[in-house]
Design a protein around this ligand. Structure first.
Ligand SMILES: *Cc1c(COP(=O)(O)O)cnc(C)c1O
Length: 358
């Protein structure tokens, strides 16, 4: 095991973060977003650890069926719904709750044989302009659904586009728009993602849909997880595989994009973009070695990164390096690499070994 990257997944932290959702939204039921393999943390382990969640939300039919086949008994909501009549039948067979957001789905449902019962959420587009029925079609969609006796309407859903920035006025407009659109319609309401949960109590409604906050990353831009008492779930680690003293003026790595300002120790950590560490992480991206934060220097390679060890001169091959986790918030690495924690979590590759704790 010379250079293996390890993702340690702290399931106790995951449960703590679910409790934080309950603290923020005590009146609401919780639909935990575990799409994309539980935001890259391992979907079955995450689903099991979140045994307290009232329902699970995934992106696709495939993800939902995987959970059912693994024995999951709770309600599973398919956020992008189904496509075509075969998937509608499958959703019924597997007792999935599907999100209806498009006319093409209503047409398939019209052809669905009466024996297939199906529970549905209806998604309304209040301004994100991705999925959802236009506000002015709510009446007619509700009419079409209630005319189909094998369908059970659970409720109404919408999704925030900019709630990660509490200053953005769109969030209030979306809330007002949703309230007006579903006024007088029967059914439950679900609006808030993580950002809505922590900043907009008026968006909590019947069901909240937390994703990123469960994994211990900040749902609000330029704020940190500990401000919301969230605990990091993933700790990404590798080891120092080499330490060299390099002379002043010498360049480091591909393209020689960083030069040593003095004679100094440079370490090589066994992780790179082939493991999912972001290639765009610039000079200065923090890495944690022996209780010290050290800066990444030079380009990220496929299997390795280099670090400036001047602050940590005792470091030696075999020492553990944390790329993100409890010492280096993933949000810091994401910001430096010009992306978001969601993407860093999701794009770890099969080279990374997952270890579950707690
Ligand atoms: C992914 C997703 C969520 C969770 O969003 P976070 O920002 O991770 O909390 C909620 N609702 C829908 C429709 C989603 O696709």
């Amino acid at each position: 095991m010379s250079r293996r990257a390890i993702a340690r997944i702290n399931l106790a932290a995951l449960r703590h973060n679910l409790q934080r959702v309950r603290d923020y939204a005590p009146e609401s039921k919780v639909m935990a977003a575990i799409k994309a393999e539980g935001y890259g943390h391992g979907v079955l382990q995450v689903a099991n650890a979140l045994h307290d969640a009232d329902a699970l939300a995934v992106a696709s039919m495939e993800e939902a069926v995987q959970l059912r086949f693994a024995g999951e008994q709770r309600p599973i909501v398919v956020l992008a719904g189904f496509q075509g009549i075969d998937e509608a039948r499958q959703a019924s067979d597997q007792r999935l709750q599907v999100v209806i957001h498009d006319d093409s789905q209503l047409e398939s449902l019209g052809e669905l044989e009466k024996a297939f019962k199906l529970a549905v959420w209806i998604k309304v587009d209040t301004g994100m302009h991705r999925l959802g029925f236009a506000v002015d079609s709510v009446e007619s969609v509700a009419g079409r659904i209630s005319a189909m006796p094998n369908l059970e309407l659970i409720g109404w859903m919408t999704h925030f586009a900019c709630a990660d920035n509490p200053e953005d006025a769109l969030t209030q407009r979306q809330l007002d728009c949703f309230t007006a659109a579903v006024q007088g319609q029967a059914g439950l309401h679900s609006i808030a993602n993580s950002a809505g949960i922590v900043t907009r109590p008026d968006s909590h409604a019947d069901w909240v849909r937390p994703g990123i906050m469960l994994y211990g990353s900040s749902p609000i831009i330029d704020r940190w997880p500990d401000e919301f008492d969230l605990q990091p779930v993933m700790s990404l680690e590798s080891i120092l595989i080499s330490v060299h003293n390099i002379k002043a003026g010498e360049g480091i790595g591909y393209g020689q994009t960083w030069a040593c300002p003095e004679d100094m120790p440079v370490g090589v950590v066994g992780i790179g973009y082939g493991d999912g560490y972001p290639r765009h992480a610039p000079n200065g991206t923090p890495v944690w070695i022996n209780h010290t934060e050290v800066p990444l220097v030079g380009r990220v390679s496929m299997d390795m990164i280099c670090v400036d060890l001047r602050e940590c001169p005792q470091a030696k091959a075999g020492d553990v390096a944390e790329l993100w986790g409890s010492n280096v918030p993933v949000d810091r690495v994401a910001r430096m690499a010009g992306t978001i924690s969601y993407e860093l979590f999701c794009r770890l590759t099969s080279r990374v070994e997952f270890k579950y704790e707690g």
